[in-house]
Write a protein that binds this ligand. Structure first.
Ligand code: AMP
Length: 193
């Protein structure tokens, strides 16, 4: 069992490295951004609410986001048996506390947090490129600027939160995908139980 939080600013490579982690460890991937984008694409009520925040680069309110995550976890009990990669969640301290509680209630815990650390100019460059490659709506300069501000104000305090919990593993997120993944593996191989 290995529950991993993949943590970092928007554009830090969480999605790319999650794909490697899924293949290598057989973990179930939960990307809250993808869950929300799929609701937007299907035109659900949640999608309508989520779009009003995502398009401005703001966070979805904690109480709603926590309910969404709990329902995704409960939908997939058999898939989550080997462990989960949490990608894009938690993004605030209340979300991290809620995640601890949800996992505890399911007899588990967060084993490790992988923090992908990337300089800001590189983050912006990657997101602009992703916007061109994929058409992702929130990868435009105005929204990117706000997402980075929200990251600094609301999400980056989680770094200290997980350092204090002894769970934070910093990984240099610049350079080749293979090198970054090999660093991640060296941090995770001792953490599974
Ligand atoms: P991501 O794909 O993880 O970059 O998420 C895209 C957008 O979805 C974010 O900018 C937020 O607006 C929203 N979002 C995703 N995950 C969360 C979360 N855990 N809490 C609040 N908002 C979220």
């Amino acid at each position: 069992m290995l529950n991993v939080v993949i943590f970092g600013a928007p554009g830090s490579g969480k999605g790319t490295q999650s794909e490697r982690l899924i293949d290598h460890y057989g973990l179930h991937h939960i990307s809250t951004g993808e869950v929300l984008r799929s609701h937007i694409a299907r035109g659900t009520e949640l999608g309508r609410i989520a779009d009003s925040y995502i398009s401005k680069g703001q966070l979805i309110p904690d109480d709603l986001m926590i309910r969404v995550l709990a329902s995704v976890l409960d939908d997939n009990p058999e898939k989550t048996a080997k462990g989960v990669i949490f990608d894009g969640f938690p993004r605030t301290i209340p979300q991290a506390e809620a995640l601890n509680k949800m996992l505890e209630e399911r007899g588990s815990r967060v084993h490790a947090v992988i923090g992908l650390e990337v300089p800001e100019n590189e983050l912006v460059r990657r997101m602009i490129q992703r916007g061109k490659d994929t058409g992702r709506a929130d990868d435009n300069l105005d929204t990117i600027t706000n997402r980075l501000k929200v990251y600094h104000d609301q999400t980056s305090p989680l770094r200290d939160y997980y350092v204090q919990a002894g769970k934070y593993h910093a990984v240099d997120g610049s350079g080749s995908v293979d090198r970054i993944f090999s660093d991640i593996r060296s941090h995770l191989d001792n953490n599974a139980e």
